[in-house]
Ligand binder design. Structure first.
Ligand code: ZN
Length: 114
């Protein structure tokens, strides 16, 4: 169970090449991309992308709302909101899964994995 949670899931469903974390800012479930290593087409699994986005969105909004209603200071609110952004970057490959799809013309390719 724990091994499944910490598995690096952001990888090509065909060849297993890992995608870099900077893709976390570019990934949307409706965009089909092509792996630079094997040329296979893939896209993010929609539910995994949306669950992560909603969870992190709530975690981001919470400190901002607490600061807005003077429960915590704005400095603390901005600190925790920035912390959530960093966490989203760090945790993205462990939560977002990808699936192979039929090839589509003119797909963007991913950069080389690190
Ligand atoms: Zn591949």
């Amino acid at each position: 169970m724990i091994a499944r949670l910490i598995e690096y899931k952001a990888k090509c469903p065909t060849c297993g090449a890992r995608f870099p974390r900077r893709m976390s800012f570019l990934t949307t479930p409706h965009v089909v991309r092509r792996c630079q290593h094997c040329g296979a087409s893939y896209k993010a699994v929609a539910w995994s992308e949306y669950v992560g986005d909603i969870g992190l969105g709530v975690l981001f909004a919470l400190p901002v709302l607490l600061a807005f209603f003077h429960v915590i200071s704005w400095v603390a609110g901005c600190f925790f909101a920035a912390l959530v952004l960093v966490l989203s970057f760090v945790l993205w490959p462990y939560g977002t899964m990808f699936e192979a799809v039929p090839p589509v013309r003119d797909e963007p390719t991913t950069k080389k994995s690190v």
